[in-house]
Structure formats: structure tokens, C-alpha cells
Design a protein. Structure first.
Length: 764
């Protein structure tokens, strides 16, 4: 077992302890994935059948990486027989086999968040409730939290505390909405993401033979990121592992940051109380970060009271001190960060992909985007609209979902009249009413349109639509996903509709659909990783993509600077990291400082941000920031006061850095810039420019009504200049100003925020 030689003492101890419950406290960058994969390989080398091993992760990317590593370790393909995957993907796979026991079709549809909110929106309208008060987002989160706590709609309606909370919030009808939503999903033959957990629990508790089957099938259970599990995941694992108790959980309480998704830190903190004779192994050697970065992380997290004690250490170099930078505004913050990236690339030869800008909320990305574009530095934002959330993709997938499961009303009504075929809203409403009155599915109504008295032309149109879907269904038994999808695109007229739109947006939509077809073809041609069966059916494809998450995106896919929230950055690492917006009310969030538990989670989030950095780390905050349409003054984050000063470098003169960057980037006639389309370089002519202006320390804007022609003024961005002329009315005058650094510009004085440097004006 050569792979054991690559492990340190604690890692090897965790791998070789295979009988009984084991908790591995794996600090950031301590090699937890290596331990998990080596443990699986060790079990298989000791003769454990891979079909008896269950490994659960939180991303498909992590699952695939683990499986590939095990294959490399063992030098065979037996790893393909392992049950490795996300909680949702593994449970979806198991539910397919036994869904009929719960009354669901084997090919049940999996609703994503947008689908669920769309269903809720319709129910809220049907109940004649005010959508502004019963916002689908809020209602969805409430139902999601209930399911993750294993509270079904029946229990919810009897749960006094929850009902009281809804009453206090002025939303007493949530219990009724939950009931309607659960019934609608069941009627549609659909489960949402939370149902994959909730219904799995129901299946195991209501059918003892199913529980017995899986308890004896999965003799060894491994769980990654255990600190991120919610009550439903915890309960299912307890059930599955009750017979053999060979449960290995790996996690880090210091990185528990997903309580808003229902995760609870209590699961990992109380694991030792759940099992007798549990063995605990701590992985404290960090292989990622410099000693200075690690020292800061240790000091920060030590302020939390609720934690499992540990202290990370490393044999890596000491590294640079952490740079703490105070800026005047978010504009200056973004300019500083982008200039620092340019300087590091020029001075230390980093690539764009070596940098990450991490922020607390997605809305902070705008100013960084603007400056990156201005400097011609390509970037990628994580957390934007997913490829699979684009309208044209959702439309195409809706056709495929109806072919697989015609009971799926959400998908059915999405495409019943797209492209337009004369089945308008009046007809759709009539279909819904008839289905409700006769207690049958809308699909049944459509199949019997003539019997239900639709006008001849409408009945014929409905019949044509039904025939098209049935013809595609005939292909499911004999053809793979790509063949069915290609025919669906042609038969529906969807591809032709997009092809005929020659606008820029239309061409982009058509290309996106072609890319989807390429992805489906790739799926059908790629060897199956599950090992047991090679299933390239349309149903298998739809299940796979419905379980994708943002975390499965490849962050190394291109040479671009990465912008993302700290939540999205968990599990990633970068040579250079900027943690921005360290201001009270923003980070920690004003919404998350009402209790010690909330504040400690915010501190854990800060800890996660710090430990993403391998070599260099910058922490920035702005004195002024626009929030909710107003410019607000900010206090530095309380976390800044918790930083150990001996590891922090606060530049005395930040001006020098900005000037140095400007000189490096522009003083030469030609400099390489990355193309935004590929990683090849192109030469661009650049004119030398002066240094960037840094506002005076005592900068304070004067009343614009005092401005006169000839005055010398200072602008925060453009620098010093002289007013050449003033035009327009007294309320909204427009000044022409000749700036020393930026040339002549026309500026609206009421918005310019100018400081008068010299009051000497030309005589009128």
C-alpha cells in the first residue's frame, strides 16, 4: 500500500482506523481529501467490496475527484463500483429504485429552486394572497427549512411554535401554502432538492425492508464536510449506519458557514456524544498557506467560544505579512485592488487565475468589474446566472422533462405554447380547471381534448402537441439522450424559432442551445462513472444536470481573475487573495450580529476567507460606501481589531503603491495584456500617462454654488484643475474644467464634489 507512505502520522492514523466510529477534525489545507481517498483505497485493499462503501460529499466535483484518486491509487477500475456522490445525487439514485413505494414515478422530475418558486408563485396567486407580503423567496426558504428539519406539511400544521412565528411575521397562511405546494409537487411527479433528503428519510422510516437493505449494503460510510450537514442528513446517516457503526466523518467546525441553508454546527460538535468509543483524530498540519497567514487565521478563530480546540501549523515559508489597507471609498478600494493585481503580475509574474477577490455579498462585485475592464484584465464572476438557468435552456429542458414525465405541469405549461401554437392562456386556464374538477392530471385532459368539448381547432392543436410528445416518448426505450433531444428540438420548432432570430441576443440564445446539445452528446459518449450500469437515457441525463451546483464549476477553467462571495470560495485556494469590504455592518453583516451564534458564524466566514490564501493576502475596507442608494460612512469591521498586529503590514504611504503600478503599467510604449477570449497575449500600444491622483487627506467638497470661472479645484478622481467655463442654469450648472492629469472634462457641478483649492477667480 504505497499510498500510505505519502501520509503524515495523523493522516495515516485516520486511514487505518476502519472499525467503529471515527471523527477526523481536518483543519483548512490539512489534506482531508487525501485522507478520505486513501481510507477508501485502504478499505478496498483490505478486501472490502466497493459496493459496500458509501462516501457522501457536498459537490459532484469533490466526488469525481475522490473517485479518480482512488482509481489512480489502486491502478484498477474497481472504484467505479463505489457509491460516491453528493447527498442529493446518491439519494436521488436510491429513490429511483423505490419511488413507487412513496407514490412517485421512477422518472420523477427534480425541481430546482426557480421551478419551486414558480410553483409557489402560482399557489400564492390561487389563494389570493398578496405576493409582496408572501414573497416566494421567503415562503420557499420557510418550507425548505422545515423539510431540512424533517417537518412535513402535516407536522407543520400541528407545530405550535412555527405557527406562532408565522403569525408574528404576519404570514399565517404559510402552513396552507406548504400543504398546497407538497400536494402539487406530488401531483406533478416531482421532488425538489429538499425532498431528496426528506423523502429518503420517509422511505427509510416507513419501509423497514428498505432500511434493512441499505443498512446491510452500506457497511462503511464516509462523510465529507460533516460540519455542513443539516438535521435531515444527520438523521439519515444515523439510520444507515446503525447496524455496523463504521461511520467516518471528516470536517472542520471552524468552517461551518451554511446555517442559512439549514446546516448546523451541532452535528459535528456533538458527534462524540452520539457514539460510544468514538476515535478522534486531528489534522493540524496545513500544507496550503504561509506561516504568517496561518498565524492570523489561528488568532482570529480563537475568539469563538463554540469550537473544537485545535491549532494549525505548517512547515511552509514564513511569507509576507498580511496587508491591511484603508481606502476612502469603494471606488478607491476597487482601484487599489486592481492596481495591486497589475503590480503583482508585473513584479512577481503571477497569472490572472492566481488572484481571487472575495466579498461578503454579490452586490460588491460591480466596482471591481469596472476597474478590471478598464485595465483589460479578464475576470470570471461566480454566482451569476448559471448556464442551466438561462431562459432558452430552461425552455429546451422543459420539453425533455415533459417527454420523460408528462405529469410535470410546471414544465408542461412552460412549453405548451412556445413556440406559439395557438394554445393561449384562456385554453390553459380551461385545462387547469377541468383537471381540478375531474381530479385528473392536465396531461389526461390534453389527451382527451375532444371529449372535454374544446373547439375543433384547439382540440386538433392539443392533439398535435400530445402526439409529438408521445412520438418522442417512443424513442426513450431505444435511443440515447442525444438522439431524443435532437429530435425534440426539431419536432417542437424551438431550435428553428431561435435560429430565425438574427438579433445579437437571438444568435447567443441559439448558440446556447447548440452548446446544450453538445453537452448531451458528450454525456452519451462518456464512459459511465457509476460502474454498475451504463445508462445514457434522457432520464439519466436530466437527473445528472438537475443535481449540478454552482460549486461544481471549474474555477481553474481559464486564466481569469476570480470574483466570488466567501461562501462560494469555500474549498478553493489561490496564491493571492483580496478580502474586501471589511466594514461593520457589511462584514460582519448587520443581519448576523444579533446573537453570539450568528456573530461566531460570521467570524468563521472570515476565517474561511483568510485560509483561501496560499502566499499573499490583502484585507481592505472603505471609509465611505454607497449602500441602498446613499453614501454611508463606515466603521472598520470589529474583526480588524482581532488581527494580531505582529503579522499585519499597514502601509504608511499607500500612495507609493498606486504610483508604482501606474508607472509599471504605462511608462513603457508596449506592454502585454491578456485577451478576454483566450490566454494568448497581444501587444497594444499605450500612451504614457501621469500617476493616479490620490485625494488630499483633508479633502472635503465645497458648495458648488461657490464655484466660479478661473478657480483652482480638486476632484477625488481627476485631480487638480482649473474651471474654464460654467454653463447651464443655477440649479444644475455644467462646468468645463481643465485637469492637470486628465485633460479637459465637462462636469455637472452639483454632482462633482469638488474642493476649492484657490478662490482666485477671473474677473467677469
Amino acid at each position: 500500500m504505497h499510498f500510505l507512505d505519502e501520509l503524515n502520522e495523523q493522516q495515516r492514523e485516520a486511514v487505518e482506523y476502519i472499525h467503529g466510529p471515527l471523527m477526523v477534525i481536518a483543519g483548512a489545507g490539512s489534506g482531508k481529501t487525501k485522507v478520505l481517498t486513501a481510507r477508501i483505497a485502504y478499505l478496498m485493499e483490505r478486501g472490502v467490496d466497493p459496493f459496500h462503501i458509501l462516501a457522501l460529499t457536498f459537490t459532484n466535483k469533490a466526488a469525481n475527484e475522490m473517485k479518480a484518486r482512488v482509481e489512480r491509487m489502486l491502478g484498477n477500475t474497481e472504484a467505479r463500483n463505489l457509491y460516491i456522490g453528493t447527498f442529493h445525487s446518491v439519494f436521488a439514485r436510491l429513490l429511483r429504485s423505490d419511488a413507487h413505494r412513496l407514490g412517485y414515478p421512477a422518472n420523477f422530475t427534480i425541481y430546482d429552486t426557480d421551478d419551486s418558486k414558480s410553483v409557489l408563485k402560482k399557489i400564492i396567486a390561487e389563494l389570493k394572497l398578496d405576493e409582496k407580503h408572501y414573497r416566494p423567496n421567503i415562503v420557499f426558504q420557510r418550507i425548505s427549512n422545515a423539510k431540512n428539519s424533517l417537518i412535513g406539511w402535516q407536522e407543520y400544521q400541528q407545530y405550535h411554535e412555527l405557527l406562532q412565528e408565522d403569525n408574528r411575521a404576519g404570514r399565517p397562511m404559510i402552513a396552507k401554502i406548504y400543504e398546497y405546494y407538497a400536494r402539487r409537487c406530488f401531483q406533478n411527479g416531482a421532488m425538489d432538492f429538499d425532498d431528496l433528503l426528506y423523502q429518503m428519510y420517509v422511505l427509510l422510516t416507513q419501509f423497514p425492508d428498505v432500511l434493512h437493505k441499505y443498512q446491510h449494503k452500506f457497511q462503511y460510510i464516509l462523510i465529507d464536510e460533516y460540519q455542513d450537514t443539516n438535521p435531515a442528513q444527520y438523521a439519515i446517516i444515523k439510520l444507515l449506519g446503525a447496524v455496523h457503526e463504521n461511520i467516518c466523518v471528516v470536517g472542520d467546525d471552524a468552517q461551518s458557514i451554511y446555517s442559512f441553508r439549514g446546516a448546523t454546527i451541532r452535528n459535528i460538535l456533538q458527534f462524540e456524544k452520539d457514539y460510544e468509543d468514538v476515535k478522534v483524530v486531528k489534522l493540524e498540519q496545513n500544507y496550503r498557506s504561509t506561516r504568517n497567514i496561518l498565524a492570523v487565521a489561528n488568532e482570529v478563530i480563537a475568539y469563538n467560544k463554540q469550537q473544537l480546540p485545535k491549532k494549525l501549523w505548517t512547515q511552509n515559508d514564513e511569507g509576507e505579512k498580511i496587508k491591511l489597507v484603508s481606502l476612502l471609498s469603494e471606488y478607491d478600494e476597487a482601484r487599489f485592488v486592481v492596481d495591486a493585481i497589475a503590480e503583482q503580475k508585473y513584479r512577481n509574474h503571477y497569472n490572472n487565475k492566481d488572484f481571487a477577490i472575495l466579498y461578503r455579498t454579490n452586490s460588491q462585485s460591480r466596482s471591481f468589474e469596472e476597474h478590471l475592464r478598464r485595465m483589460n484584465i479578464p475576470y470570471t464572476i461566480y454566482g451569476g446566472i448559471s448556464f442551466y438557468q438561462r431562459k432558452e435552456i430552461k425552455d429546451f429542458l422543459a420539453y425533455l422533462r415533459v417527454v420523460v414525465n408528462p405529469l410535470d405541469e410546471e414544465s408542461l405549461f412552460r412549453i405548451i405554447n412556445f413556440p406559439q401554437r395557438g394554445i393561449g392562456e384562456v385554453t390553459q386556464a380551461k385545462i387547469r380547471v377541468l383537471a381540478s374538477e375531474h381530479k385528473i392530471s392536465v396531461w389526461d385532459v390534453m389527451q382527451r381534448a375532444q371529449d372535454f368539448g374544446f373547439r375543433q381547432n384547439i382540440a386538433e392543436t392539443l392533439d398535435a402537441f400530445v402526439t409529438m410528445i408521445k412520438n418522442l416518448q417512443l424513442m426513450l426505450e431505444t435511443e440515447n439522450a442525444y438522439t431524443v433531444a435532437l429530435q425534440a428540438g426539431k419536432a417542437s420548432g424551438l431550435v428553428k424559432e431561435l435560429y430565425n432570430d438574427k438579433s445579437v441576443e437571438g444568435i447567443a440564445r441559439y448558440e446556447n442551445v447548440q452548446e446544450l446539445l453538445n453537452a448531451i452528446q458528450e454525456f452519451t459518449e462518456t464512459p459511465d462513472e457509476e460502474g454498475e450500469l451504463t445508462d445514457k437515457s434522457l432520464g439519466a441525463y436530466l437527473q445528472q444536470i438537475s443535481l449540478l451546483t454552482d460549486a461544481d464549476k471549474d474555477t481553474a477553467e481559464s486564466d481569469t481573475v476570480k470574483l466570488m462571495t466567501i461562501h462560494a470560495a469555500k474549498g478553493l485556494e489561490f496564491p493571492c487573495v483580496f478580502v474586501v469590504g471589511l466594514e461593520e455592518g457589511l462584514f460582519p453583516s448587520a443581519m448576523s450580529i444579533n446573537t453570539r451564534e450568528e456573530l461566531e458564524e460570521e467570524r468563521r466566514l472570515f476565517y474561511v476567507a483568510i485560509t483561501r490564501a496560499k502566499e499573499r493576502l490583502w484585507l481592505t475596507y472603505a471609509a465611505n460606501r454607497y449602500r441602498y442608494g446613499n453614501q454611508m460612512q463606515n466603521d472598520p469591521s470589529r474583526f480588524i481589531s482581532e488581527l494580531p498586529p505582529e503579522y499585519i503590514d499597514t502601509p504608511v504611504d499607500q500612495v507609493q503603491l498606486i504610483r508604482r503600478v501606474s508607472q509599471n503599467m504605462f511608462a513603457q510604449q508596449t506592454m502585454p495584456f491578456e485577451s478576454s477570449k483566450n490566454t494568448s497575449y497581444r501587444q497594444v500600444q499605450s500612451t504614457p500617462t501621469s500617476t493616479v491622483h490620490v485625494p488630499s487627506p483633508d479633502f472635503k467638497p465645497d458648495d458648488f454654488r461657490l464655484m466660479k470661472v478661473g478657480m483652482k479645484v480638486e476632484h477625488q478622481k481627476f485631480g487638480y484643475g482649473q474651471i474654464v467655463s460654467i454653463d447651464g442654469n443655477a440649479t444644475n450648472p455644467i462646468a468645463t474644467i481643465r485637469f492637470e492629469l486628465s485633460g479637459e472634462k465637462k462636469i455637472m457641478l452639483s454632482y462633482a464634489r469638488l474642493r476649492i483649492v484657490s478662490s482666485d477667480a477671473e474677473a467677469s
